[in-house]
Design a protein around this ligand. Sequence first.
Ligand code: ZN
Ligand code: ZN
Length: 253
Amino acid sequence: MNIGTTYGGVAFRDVLHARWAFVFDMVGIDWSYAIVAPSWLAPGVPTFHMPTRHLYFRSEPGYDSRAIRAWKAFADAFDAQCEANADAEDEPEDEPLIDPYLSMADHPDSRLLICLGGIPDPTNFDQYGPVGGEDQWLLLSPNGGQDCPYYWTRCDTCGFVDAEFTGRAARLDCGHGEGDKDYNAASPVLLAAYAMARRTLPAKWGRKKCPSCTLPVAPNELIAPDERTWQHARCAFAAEAARRIADSASAHL
Ligand SMILES: [Zn+2]
Ligand SMILES: [Zn+2]
């Protein structure tokens, strides 16, 4: 039985999803995760929801035609919801929308991205994305649009991260890029997050104490192990963030 992995107090279907959540924390993307999709969606579509990026994200360890079919069904249901919302626009609002999926369907720029290939290998990456093209990232936007490949990319001016076609940072919503390209899928911040995420694991059993926060480590909790200690992955993330702030402070002296 797959009992899943916990990270940041959230139970994930498997370690791959927990590792992605760790990456998103590392690069500053806020996320929520749903194993059970709302009733208007195809059943069994666990997904990340990133409201500030207008993005749904699903990840599979490799090419999986069943997962792609399920994701396409998700895209169709999403399109139908967008249309229904558009039709209902003139109606008086009776209840506030509390379902995050429904609030996403209100946004015309919402995107649905499925990643086939796990956490990227940072040793096999250039500014356009993974070298060799083994990973496939297919974007299914509302209204049946398809585009491929998409990768996480980062604005080096402000640090904003989002998924863009072939990692074109100039397309990021922060608007700092010039022109249309600025390929930056291999930003050192992204590659460091991938490298750290690939080292994280679910704890095989519980431990009394994490060396950073001194709280217990629960079985199946995501940890960033080294030779001697089992540190919570979230504590490793906090330590890394503190290191980065210290580095940038000393760089400005
Ligand atoms: Zn920017
Ligand atoms: Zn800890």
